[in-house]
Write a protein that binds this ligand. Structure first.
Ligand SMILES: [Zn+2]
Ligand SMILES: [Zn+2]
Length: 376
């Protein structure tokens, strides 16, 4: 058992481009697992860290949406073995705290507070560049050919699904699907409006349709994303520059409003719009993470009189070992077209192009594929 040198994209400082360099990856310590990565999605959260909007320690290896094959396990690891296919979860739930015990492992009091601390759960770092330690990101650091992660981050999944699709379940899909299914608990016949049709929003659209929603309205300024939303389950779309999404919902519900609204863009004014577009007793789920100092302004009287539920959802309010395999079963049975989310794939050397494309609105999801394993 030993560490090795691999390629990784390093953020040396905020507001700089990522640099792909040789990085040392240490051997897995006790309770840790080394995973050879097949694919890593690029996510807006990484971008917000690159721009400095979400503060996170540097120099670091970003990336938190990955899947791959277990290569080596540290002492005491029992859940996975070399050769297992795994989705990487960015909340290494402890399984013992009050949140884990009460069925809300995404809020784990051991893991969740240290999400942006830049270390593994133990406080250790297993990455270095020219002998200097690098910080991890969201316990994972998937913009690299391999990772060393806590055992609790490894969610074993069926080996017959492409790892490029499985990777997306590690963040975007779980977040959007879980907001609808776990948090809002959308019911058959309901009306669901989804703000933002990127990887998270489109996953919410698919989940709403799968849940039997009668109307699914996707709101996005980018025409190609609206078109894709219609292909994966939206019944209606709205261009916020042209249409009033609230009017679209109103016309479909005899003036009543949506049962469920999902805000996936991280824009607080859209939370207010979602609140207005929702019927009495409806549920507004905030999924996109806004700027660090953002506040949400909502009408006070309606908050009381209309009994609306405004809630956040972290990581799709997921139980990773329950939800991630289930989602991939739904994909494998043809009921959740997750492969449609992959707009384009990139080599690691082109990772900055992937972010440029994301910021330009060209992608549902961009996925970095690693040549060492490729994607089956
Ligand atoms: Zn993400
Ligand atoms: Zn816990």
């Amino acid at each position: 058992m030993s560490g090795y040198v691999m390629r990784a994209a390093v953020l040396f400082a905020p507001r700089e481009a990522l640099k792909v360099v040789d990085v040392e990856l240490a051997e897995p310590g006790p309770g840790e697992v080394r995973v050879r990565l097949a694919a890593s999605g690029v996510c807006a959260s990484d971008w917000h860290t690159m721009t400095g909007a979400i503060p996170s320690p540097t120099p670091s290896v970003l990336g938190h949406e990955g899947a791959g094959v277990v290569e080596e396990v540290g002492a005491g690891v029992r859940d996975v073995k070399p050769g297992d296919h795994v989705v990487l979860s960015w909340v290494p739930s402890c399984g013992r705290c009050r949140y884990c015990e009460s069925g809300r492992p995404n809020l784990c009091s051991v893991a969740a507070p240290f999400l942006l601390a830049g270390t593994l759960v133990s406080g250790a770092r297993r990455l270095s560049y020219q002998g200097q330690p690098l910080y991890h990101y969201s316990f994972l650091s998937t913009f690299a050919e391999a990772v060393v992660v806590d055992e609790a981050c490894c969610i074993p999944v069926r080996p017959d699904v492409p790892l490029s699709v499985a990777a997306l379940v590690g963040c975007a899909v779980m977040t959007g699907f879980g907001a609808v299914v776990n948090r809002a608990r959308a019911e058959p016949g309901s009306t669901v409006i989804v703000y933002g049709a990127g990887g998270v929003g489109l996953s919410a659209v698919m989940a709403a349709r799968l849940s039997g929603a009668q109307h699914v309205i996707a709101v996005d300024p980018v025409a190609s994303k609206r078109a894709l939303a219609l292909e994966v389950g939206a019944t209606h779309v709205a261009d916020p520059g042209e249409d009033d999404p609230g009017e679209v919902v109103s016309s479909l519900t005899a003036g009543d409003g949506a049962d469920v609204a999902i805000e996936s863009a991280g824009r607080t004014e859209l939370v207010a719009a979602a609140f207005a577009a929702t019927r009495r007793g409806g549920t507004i789920v905030c999924v996109g993470i806004p700027a660090a100092d953002a506040t949400i302004v909502l009408p006070g009287p309606a908050m009381v009189r209309h009994e609306k539920i405004v809630t956040g959802s972290l990581y799709g309010s997921c139980r990773p070992r329950v939800d991630m395999p289930k989602i991939l079963d739904l994909y494998a049975s043809g009921r959740l077209p997750l492969d449609r989310l992959v707009s384009r794939t990139y080599g690691l050397d082109d990772i900055n192009v992937a972010f440029d494309d994301m910021v330009a609105g060209k992608l549902a999801r961009g996925v970095v594929e690693f040549s060492a394993l490729g994607a089956p």
